[in-house]
Write a protein that binds this ligand. Structure first.
Ligand SMILES: Nc1nc2c(c(=O)[nH]1)N[C@H]1C(S)=C(S)[C@@H](COP(=O)(O)O)O[C@H]1N2
Ligand SMILES: [Mo]
Length: 319
């Protein structure tokens, strides 16, 4: 799908209301990539392969959650660098785009800037662990994903930020030759995201290098991505090449594109609707895919861990 202007680019997010009505079996099969068996195993590139097998962190073992099947996690993707069509990302992200080796730059207001290959970074932070997190997209669908990776806090400790650093800014790769979506200009590439230092230091903020105990598939953001489980999915930026410690709040990609609809915080909040749809409930991807909806939880169920970060902040205004 060619992205020509802002309107057509927006379509997948705005299609959220009709989507729940028109989904049929054919669409479902296409979406999860079944029936194209030849492609399923075809993972040419590899992500960061270090650290496996990882050990499940019992504080986040997800024993009360029903995990989304692996094929759905890697077959239903938002990765606009490749396409806005969720069912086609898997194919396009495995066509020649290389994700190993992969350098990541950590810099800005820090005492210890570094540029490092991701596998070396994994070793430097002491390896990886597994955590099962809920994942809620702003489009009102959700999954439960067993991520492998390490706490974002480990990067902060490594970089040693100066006191003037108030935010972390994350940047995705730019490679229009291998990422066809980046040849369209409706987004000001590369994709950018940001967190406050307090958010980034929270124990839940995670850098993922794997899913279900295997290197993270290209389409899910190989070889390293952010996972911020109490925020809408677009904050969880994929395939990061640069992390900067900065003084001012970065303008994140979605806010830049539609400031009336997407803000900086993007905390999951069932009481603050998207201007074009309700956020009170979500479509659970997986078992009961066609009909299963459940109520959305405040901070996506992580209120206990993160509510204190937003005390005194009007979450209706600071969305
Ligand atoms: N670089 C980049 N990161 C991104 C996106 C993207 O298009 N580009 N999409 C975001 C959105 S909207 C969601 S819901 C999640 C989807 O992650 P998944 O495909 O692994 O489920 O990635 C987020 N991170
Ligand atoms: Mo999303």
């Amino acid at each position: 799908m060619n992205i020509k202007n802002r309107k057509s680019w927006e379509l997948p997010e705005s299609a959220v209301t009709p989507e729940k009505n028109y989904l049929n079996r054919r669409h479902f099969l296409k979406t999860v990539g079944m029936g194209s068996g030849a492609l399923l195993g075809a993972s040419l590139a590899k992500g960061a392969s270090s650290g496996f097998p990882s050990i499940l962190n019992q504080d986040f073992n997800g024993e009360d959650l029903e995990k989304t099947p692996y094929d759905l996690i890697k077959g239903y993707n938002n990765f606009y660098e490749f396409t806005t069509d969720k069912g086609d990302v898997q194919k396009l992200a495995n066509k020649g785009w290389q994700t190993e080796p992969w350098d990541i730059e950590i810099k800005g207001l820090v005492d210890n800037p570094l540029k490092i290959e991701v596998n070396d970074l994994i070793k430097k932070v002491g390896g990886i662990e597994q955590r099962v997190y809920r994942f809620r997209c702003v489009e009102a669908w959700s999954m439960v994903i067993p991520w492998d990776g390490f706490p974002l806090k480990k990067i902060i400790d490594l970089a040693q930020p100066k006191s003037e650093a108030k935010y972390m800014k994350f940047t995705t790769f730019y490679d229009p030759k291998n990422a066809p979506g980046q040849r369209g200009r409706s987004i000001d590439w590369p994709y950018v995201e940001g967190l406050t230092m307090d958010e980034a230091s929270n124990e839940l903020a995670f850098m993922a290098t794997g899913i279900y105990g295997k290197p993270i598939p290209n389409q899910n953001g190989a070889p390293i991505r952010l996972v911020v489980p109490w925020k809408y999915g677009f904050k969880s930026i994929k395939s990061i090449v640069k992390i900067e410690f900065v003084k001012r709040r970065p303008l994140n990609t979605w806010q830049a594109l539609q400031p009336r609809e997407y803000g900086f915080y993007a905390n999951v909040n069932p009481k603050v609707d998207h201007p074009r749809w309700s956020q009170a409930s979500e479509r659970v991807i997986g078992a009961g895919f066609f009909s299963s909806r459940k109520p959305t939880l405040m901070f996506n169920g992580y209120e206990e861990q993160v509510a204190h970060l937003y005390e005194g902040l009007d979450l209706k205004k600071n969305y």
